[in-house]
Design a protein around this ligand. Structure first.
Ligand SMILES: Cc1cc2nc3c(=O)[nH]c(=O)nc-3n(C[C@H](O)[C@H](O)[C@H](O)COP(=O)(O)OP(=O)(O)OC[C@H]3O[C@@H](n4cnc5c(N)ncnc54)[C@H](O)[C@@H]3O)c2cc1C
Length: 452
């Protein structure tokens, strides 16, 4: 007897996109969220710097301009407009859920700045903004009787017929398979950091949503646009993921130095340009890192705004109030993904994609710092509202049991997924004759093209 679940909507992924989307789906529809590991093991929990917001109408042009400049003008301008115009509404939702952002002594919001921003417009909660936001979303989801979360359940395939999605095939951690039949399916599987040896992402984020899309001919967009974060902690100790040194450190006055302790670049360049400058400097200096000096931020600000980063550096043997720390670029974010329209619909009927897995073109070639939590939330809500308008009151699942065996080798599947995604990236890179600088230099070392 095969394990079967019937639900109205299945959401794959429990990051900020999946959770926020679920909260905006109708309360009289059954919503099932599945997630590959425990519910709190998502990149959304790791976000440090903050979330952008339109602070006042007069900032619109500048916010828009900064986003396009960072994206090399390759952005979808309607997506950018929607993101910025919806930002206050999203922040309103978050605060109504209990998310708290930094305030001054008069109770007014405090904004910080990161690379590529021409002014302060980033709301934050110490250096653990993602945990604050996603933790609150998770608490809200737990209160909804129509939403269920199944942990340690991996998306393996889509049920699709005539380009209509009817649900998914998933498997638990022992590889036991489960059919999930649904009227709508939402892919919110996050980024692709698990394909790289050095990434700030959780290792289990291996682009599975993108891989199943590829298998079924669902369209992708900007597959080759991968963001490398300029500053992660350099260490020779084995680590599962690279520790990020938030860009807001530089926004608050951190400096970058070459091997001789000299500044070599403007620290607030957009990420791709700064990454290039750092890689070039490392090559010139013959080093594996450059130095970041946080002392200019001041001990008080460091302690109040960046306690998590301070604690990590201390654990690694650095007192950031005195010592410089070694930093190196690492894979961080995926601008490309499953092509979606402004309601987050994919090219397959009844299949949506949201968050980092999706590509609505908002980031263009390079994401502006702290735009991704915002983009994830804005377009997750748009997906939910679109589904609400289209959802029927009764849903009749189709039964197709020939899809799978009872047991799935998840390790093999994950490797095949990685290969598929990597091949798609490389194909696009060679078609465009544009290989990312970081790829050129690090291809062999960084990419896990292995099949073990
Ligand atoms: C260290 C770090 C710092 C960051 N800082 C910021 C910041 O300050 N500001 C900002 O805007 N952005 C930041 N980002 C980026 C931002 O956090 C992410 O882009 C965003 O959280 C993505 O949300 P998501 O819901 O799409 O994916 P995620 O939060 O990554 O969630 C993906 C979910 O999908 C699940 N999943 C994956 N594959 C499967 C599968 N096969 N089956 C079932 N479930 C699956 C995962 O388990 C997880 O629950 C940061 C990212 C990192 C890594």
């Amino acid at each position: 007897m095969k394990n079967r679940i019937y639900t109205d909507i299945v959401v794959i992924g429990s990051g900020c996109a999946g959770l926020y989307c679920a909260l905006h789906l109708p309360t009289d529809r059954r919503v099932l969220i599945i997630t590959k590991r425990e519910a709190d093991k998502s990149d959304s929990y790791l976000a440090q710097g903050g979330i952008c917001v339109l602070t006042e109408d007069s900032d619109y042009d500048s916010f828009y301009g900064d986003t396009l400049k960072a994206g090399h003008m390759e952005n979808d301008t309607r997506s950018v407009e929607l993101m910025i115009r919806s930002s206050q509404n999203v922040i309103g939702d978050l605060t109504s859920y209990g998310v708290s952002f930094q305030k001054d002594e008069n109770g007014r919001p405090v904004y910080t700045k990161e690379g590529g921003h021409s002014r302060e417009r980033i709301l934050y909660h110490k250096d653990i903004t993602g945990k604050e936001i996603t933790g609150c979303l998770h608490e809200q989801v737990k209160k909804r009787s129509n939403i269920t979360i199944l942990e340690n359940m991996m998306l393996c395939d889509l049920f699709a017929e005539d380009n209509v999605c009817h649900g998914i095939l998933a498997a638990d951690e022992n590889g036991l398979s489960c059919e999930i039949h649904s009227e709508f399916t939402i892919l919110a599987t996050g980024g692709i950091g698990g394909l790289f040896q050095h990434s700030t992402n959780y290792r289990h984020l291996t682009g599975d949503g993108i891989a199943v899309a590829l298998k079924h001919g669902v369209e992708l967009k900007d597959e080759h646009y991968i963001q490398i974060h300029p500053t992660t902690f350099y260490t020779t100790q084995a680590q599962s993921r690279s520790f990020l040194l938030s860009e807001s450190l530089r926004g608050e006055g951190a400096r970058l130095y070459d091997r001789n302790g000299k500044r070599f670049v403007s620290e607030l360049l957009p990420r791709d340009l700064l990454t290039k400058a750092i890689l070039l400097q490392m090559e010139k200096d013959g080093t594996k890192y450059v130095w970041e000096d946080l002392t200019g931020i001041g001990e008080k600000n460091l302690k109040e705004h960046f306690p998590n980063i301070m604690e990590y550096c201390e654990k690694m043997g650095y007192d950031v109030t005195k010592d410089w720390i070694p930093v190196v670029p690492a894979q961080h974010y995926y601008m490309g993904g499953i092509r979606v329209d402004h309601e987050s619909r994919t090219s397959m009927e009844a299949l949506y994609a949201i968050g980092e897995t999706a590509c609505n073109g908002v980031h263009g070639k390079n994401r502006l710092a702290s735009n991704s939590l915002l983009e994830s939330l804005v377009f997750a809500k748009r997906a939910a509202l679109d589904i609400t308008a289209r959802s029927k009151t009764s849903f009749h699942p189709i039964h197709r049991s020939e899809y799978h065996s009872d047991y799935i080798d998840l390790k093999k599947l994950e490797c095949r997924n990685k290969q598929l995604v990597l091949e798609a990236i490389k194909k696009k890179q060679s078609a465009e004759k544009r290989t990312d600088e970081y790829f050129k230099r690090n291809e062999e070392e960084q990419c896990l093209i292995q099949s073990q």
